[in-house]
Design a protein around this ligand. Sequence first.
Ligand code: TEU
Ligand code: CA
Length: 543
Amino acid sequence: MNKEWWKKSVVYQIYPKSFKDSNNDGIGDIQGIISQLDYLKELGIDVIWLSPIYQSPMIDNGYDISDYQAIHPDYGTMADFENLLKEAHQRSIKIVMDLVVNHTSDEHKWFKEAVKSADNPYHNYYIWRDKPTNFGSLFSGSAWTYQSSVKQYYLHTFSSKQADLNWDYQPLREEIYKMMRWWLDKGIDGFRMDVISLISKKYPLTDGIVHENNVFGDITPFIANGPNVHRYLQEMNEKVLSHYPIMTIGECPCVNAQQALDYVDSNRHELNMIFTFDHVSLDNDCNGKWNTKKTSLIDLKKTLNKWQSSLSNQGWNTLYLSNHDQPRSASRFGNETALSAKCLALTLHFMKGTPFIYQGEELGMTNICFNDISECQDIEAINAYRELVTEEHLFSHEEMMKNINAKARDHARTPMQWNNDQYSGFSHTFPWLKVNPNYQSINTKIQLNDQESVFHFYQKLIKIRHDYQIITDGDYCPLFEDHPDLFAYRRCYQNAEIIILANWSEKVIDYDMDLSNYRILLANSNSIIKNHLNAYEAVAYYK
Ligand code: TEU
Ligand code: CA
């Protein structure tokens, strides 16, 4: 096996709670995933990234883990998981697990020990202070919660039920490495590491800057890219990662394209690739994500092109437009048509890096309409509503619902749309989060029977990536950078060339370029003519 097999791979992200419910309790599960492996094989993907399936109180759908080595009963058993791994491997599909080690649930046994007394050996596993700083949590409110049993506050970057681990304490690190080896020895194929850029805190922790419209201070300078983050990742690499033929992806908030190299330059022996937040934060404003702003294509191109060039020689990029934390790409960047979904896919998948497809993206699934906050399930949106509407009156109910309908994480988490049956074939019971009513027209059953569907377009994209080395190895060169609606670039490898021209708008575009020696490799429309693109038309030319 090529050591860098992950460069040629396409990853498919499964959010287990929303993928497929096998026992009709309204919650997706491992048996449900197994039942759809043939579907994923048909799509052609190489790797599944599984969002957390571990034991958890589920206040953040499993990103709050109370036992790293047990499966949540809603999802099944360890035997189910081992069966999933076996069934996936039989189909040559690899499985990458989510590793959430910046924090544990407050119901983890380590935390339960830690709060028994300040001299309990596990007390050091977490981060304590006698007095809080002004830090705001990323899920609203203070980032400190008082624990009366030890008369101290513990730090939580996310909710109060997600206590940050103290990575400066070596026994904690050894414990995590041991757990990672345990999973790798089971045969899993890698880790996606949750907020791994936040594990090393910068001391002393003092009050953060209070930005406009905020009540709390900014925690991020004290947690992102901390002084020891690279030392710990190199240690993890040396003690664990380097001993297995795996894929490692770090989720890295607050890491810019320059800093990224420190995480992914192969000479530094840390991670294979990281998820950046730059291109999905372009529509933030002084209230963070809560607005209805649209990303301008010029900004998006500038950002993605910058990442392409920063990591062109050393390191490697991830390519994604959506995941379980982001609104649906077809709604955010497209106009919710199948044509626009294909346009986004073509643009992304020919770039240099490893592409990630988020479940349902291969169908062009869209955002849903939430009529009231009571229809949302996500802790981030629910807490933000309480803080920004009820407590601080920054937004009216109507304004906040508009923001939620543009940006909430629940858009990505509505049940997968399998067919026209009630509850979209996800379950026979009312699911934990409502189904998007457009399942009647957007679902796998319809698309598998339609050669022109978004599904079949993704299938072609994946096949082309496997067949053409230029897509993995070719140089990337942006074109028409100042054009407000045209996303274009060139890939070059040996004597081959690919030119991508994609109209990310509803306008008609005429462009000037000599394409006489090129043939169409793939297009999302049958009516492509040279030097012209209708709304959302996209084409890959090859020579
Ligand atoms: O996300 C990290 C992260 O930065 C997000 O919480 C982000 O701030 C938010 O989604 C923006 O809307 C990871 C996981 O992907 C996310 O699901 C978890 O909630 C979070 O970490 C805590 O584990
Ligand atoms: Ca179930």
